[in-house]
Design a protein around this ligand. Structure first.
Ligand SMILES: [Zn+2]
Length: 268
């Protein structure tokens, strides 16, 4: 059968899940998402199961041009070594680039040193910088509030601009960096949790009310919710998406494991 991933710009979700307990029980898969932008294929945040989910969806790692890690947490990076090996056929076909914040690469790197030799380059993500992969450019406009260094992403293709807001605590001014027709946003919690009430716990994540506020501020054509923690999953993300659509007037979609979104839908 013809590989339909070549037919147009698309985003395939290799799992709608994220955060720790979801990662342990895999109620939802946690493999990140795979972009095909005019034939340039890019994998973002290969969490645990990325190799399983991508092969199951007939996505071929050797066709990847780049792998981007928003940050070093396991639910974003656990499969990065296997995905780089697969991208480069174990180093026999050296190509592709890896992008990650410095703290994923320096002390206690998440990628093995022998694997770094397999790629054409390892590039460090920094606040306010832009990068290019073939004809695609992306930027990392602002450092997020999270226990480790992380940035969201704004992608620009010839036809489309879309943003990905990765893990962060909500902060004033967050939205202004992430305009575009499409917003992909990580929503881990159903309700906000104040860090002061959970000392030592990783609660620096967006909740559903934060996401509602961000969607209202940005008014993208489409917003896709993803990276659900257990509280969001139990509350049925598709119902949350429906409520957010009604409240904001924006088409809000809850991602599902394996869901493919065609960017052409933004043009209708
Ligand atoms: Zn994180």
């Amino acid at each position: 059968m013809e590989d339909k991933s070549q037919s147009g710009d698309s985003i395939t979700f290799l799992g709608a899940g994220g955060a720790r307990f979801m990662m342990y029980n895999q109620s939802l898969a946690t493999g990140g998402f795979w972009l095909n932008l005019s034939g340039t294929e890019i994998l973002v945040d290969p969490g645990p199961g990325s190799i399983v989910q991508s092969t199951k969806r007939k996505l071929r790692a050797e066709k990847l041009s780049a792998i981007i890690l928003s940050h070093r947490h396991l639910d974003h990076s656990a499969d990065v070594n296997i995905m780089v090996e697969a991208m480069t056929l174990g180093g026999f076909r050296r190509h592709g680039r890896l992008f990650a914040p410095a703290d994923a690469l320096e002390t206690e790197p998440v990628i093995f040193s022998y694997i770094r030799e397999f790629v054409d380059g390892v590039e460090v993500l920094e606040e306010g910088k832009s990068y290019s992969i073939d004809d695609i450019s992306f930027s990392t406009p602002v450092r997020h509030i999270h226990p480790v260094e992380t940035y969201g992403l704004v992608f620009r293709t010839a036809q489309h601009t879309f943003s990905h807001i990765t893990d962060t605590l909500y902060f004033e001014g967050l939205s202004q960096h992430y305009s575009g027709e499409l917003l992909i946003i990580n929503v881990v919690f159903l309700e906000p949790r104040a860090p002061s009430d959970h000392p030592g716990m990783p609660v620096e994540h967006l909740s559903v009310p934060d996401v509602e506020r961000i969607i209202n501020e940005l008014k993208p054509k489409v917003a896709i919710l993803t990276h659900f923690g257990m509280s969001v999953w139990r509350a049925k993300p598709w119902q949350i998406a429906q409520r957010l659509s009604a409240k904001t007037g924006v088409r809000v979609i809850a991602s599902r494991d394996g869901m493919r979104f065609d960017l052409a839908e933004l043009d209708t």
